[in-house]
Design a protein around this ligand. Structure first.
Ligand code: HEM
Length: 264
């Protein structure tokens, strides 16, 4: 557990869990509120869930920055892949959006912010950031996947942080306009999307290694036959758990609507 990645990954993941669940629960209650169902209860629930979701979302960019600085040191090829930073350079840019062109080794259709990658990775606008050119081609992680997943995670994180700030503003005024509650409904699945994108950055970004720099993933694949059936079994298990959770949540929500929830 206590390897060199544990601190930044644990902080980042705990906050991710709080913000994803806070926004999902807040969004579900916002939807019920907008449909005129048990208004007081749903508005209180929006506030309770969103206090956690919004606070975590405001802290998350700092935790993400800490994670970025750690991987600049521990796994520079991952940083280079997720930023599509092909050539080692000073004053390295961050790209907003864009698709890496692997042949030309450039980013197309992205908006470059010069110096920001140097600043984020090493606290200095002019610092040198290692590019993919520092690593043999067979040791590059899949650049496109890392780049897109990173962009998705950060875009959702930025939007959630902004929405979190707006939430506290409306909370202090004691009134939430309907457009804000509608926005919360849109965000119900986005925390989970950002978590998946984040894990893609972490796990695809460390390829081709399963033990970093020592054992390649392809050398660790077991030759034992029939493993695919375990995979099917676990997929079925998790689909079953997901279905049961949805069913229980739906039953709980309907019970509350009918005023039957004894706990309340
Ligand atoms: C706000 C800007 C964000 C930045 C700068 C950022 C940065 C990063 C970085 C650099 C990694 C790779 C860490 C590693 O490989 O060790 C990562 C992973 C991850 N991110 Fe983000 N992230 C941000 C927002 C988010 C959001 C909003 C979520 C989810 C709600 C999220 C969830 C994750 C998860 C689950 C991982 C994999 C586990 C971990 O490394 O902790 N991130 N992020």
């Amino acid at each position: 557990m206590f390897n060199r990645a544990w601190l930044h990954e644990s902080i980042h993941m705990q906050l991710a869990a709080l913000q994803a669940v806070g926004f999902a629960v807040g969004g579900i209650h916002a939807a019920l509120y907008l449909r005129n169902r048990t208004k007081d209860l749903n508005l209180k629930a929006v506030k309770i869930a969103m206090v956690f979701g919004a606070a975590a979302s405001l802290a998350q960019p700092f935790a993400g920055h800490f994670a970025g600085q750690s991987i600049a040191e521990l796994q520079p090829a991952k940083l280079a892949a997720m930023e599509s930073h092909f050539a080692t350079s000073r004053h390295a840019p961050v790209y907003l959006g864009g698709i890496p062109n692997m042949e030309k080794q450039t980013v197309e259709w992205g908006i470059a912010i010069p110096g920001l990658l140097s600043l984020l990775a090493h606290n200095e606008l002019n610092a040198e950031v290692k590019g993919l050119d520092q690593f043999p081609r067979e040791n590059w992680p899949p650049v496109l996947v890392c780049h897109v997943a990173f962009q998705v995670m950060v875009a959702i994180g930025t939007a959630m942080a902004m929405l979190g700030g707006v939430f506290f503003w409306f909370l202090s005024r004691g009134d939430f306009p309907r457009w804000f509650l509608r926005l919360l409904v849109l965000f119900i699945p986005l925390g989970a999307v950002a978590i998946e994108a984040g894990w893609i950055v972490t796990e695809v970004g460390r390829q081709p290694w399963i033990i970093y720099g020592i054992v390649r993933t392809r050398d660790a694949v077991t030759p034992v036959p029939g493993m695919v059936y375990h995979f099917y079994l676990f997929v079925a298990l998790y689909l079953g758990l997901a279905a049961a959770t949805l069913w229980l949540l739906r039953r709980q929500i309907l019970a509350v609507q009918k005023g039957e929830a004894r706990a309340l």
